[in-house]
Design a protein around this ligand. Structure first.
Ligand code: SAM
Length: 239
């Protein structure tokens, strides 16, 4: 189990109708033996990591994903493609804004979003003097987008949410991206099912996004040292 993103123990709650549900504020969903009965018939569980959980990680400085620099794969992509028309970019789960700043410094108009207020505060502080970048508090999975974007950049949000929310994530990409917009993603190929981070595979990613996107290219990027060989980038266009 990689040390990245380890969570505090989760709290479970059972609603009176016998379904597992979210505990507003804290959250969780984990089956116990008591739930594994024929009457309840739980087929899947979702461990939703709430806004408060993420905020606490920032407030306590428990942020092993924070590398102090943009994704190396993104840095190389932007350097390799000076020809791309400059447009608007959505960076959901922007953390402290390293990737958003990399896009902005390459000439794009960037909007970073995060569910944790401290992430937004840190992003703004670190972006003073950087043009064309702004940050806003938002839950990417459920909130309506303030606009539709030309680009959407994924980096360690897909692996931060519970795999049971991945259909919601794919739906959110469609809501936040313009038709014909481009979706650039750095995915984390780790075996972990007990995250976050939750790993994925090329097959899962291709199956998930192919119905609404055409894959332009995918490749193994340069990575932070502790992720070398564990990442794969995907460049999609929304069909
Ligand atoms: C593992 S961190 C990665 C941060 C940043 N992308 C990076 O690589 O440094 C995941 C981030 O996603 C944010 N996040 C989690 N769920 C979210 C959601 N539903 N909407 C927006 N942001 C979310 C967290 O607050 C956290 O900042």
């Amino acid at each position: 189990m990689p040390p990245e993103f380890r969570e505090e123990p989760f709290v479970s709650q059972l609603r009176s109708n016998g379904r597992l549900t979210q505990n507003p504020g804290l959250t969780v969903l984990q089956p116990t033996a008591a739930f594994k009965t024929e009457e309840i018939k739980i087929t899947s569980t979702i461990k939703i990591i709430s806004k408060m959980d993420w905020e606490e990680r920032y407030q306590t400085g428990d942020m092993p994903w924070e590398k102090g620099a943009a994704s190396p794969g993104l840095v190389d992509f932007l350097a390799a493609h000076p020809e791309l028309p400059r447009g608007t970019v959505c960076v959901p789960g922007c953390g402290t804004g390293h990737d958003a700043r990399a896009w902005a410094e390459a000439g794009f108009e960037v909007h970073g979003f995060d569910i944790a207020p401290s992430a937004i505060r840190l992003s703004r502080e670190k972006s003073q003097g950087v043009k064309n970048v702004q940050y806003q508090l938002a839950d990417f999975l459920v909130d309506p987008p303030p606009m539709q974007f030309d680009w959407l950049f994924e980096h360690t949000l897909y692996c931060a949410i519970d795999p049971g929310q991945r259909a919601d994530y794919a739906g959110a990409v469609l809501r936040w991206l313009k038709p014909g917009g481009q979706f650039l993603a750095v995915h984390y190929f780790i075996p972990d099912k007990d995250g976050p981070p939750f790993g994925t595979t090329r097959d899962e990613v291709v199956q998930r996004f192919s119905p609404n996107f055409r894959l332009i290219e995918d490749w193994v990027p340069r990575s932070y040292p502790n992720r070398t060989g564990l990442e794969r980038m995907f460049w999609w266009v929304r069909t």
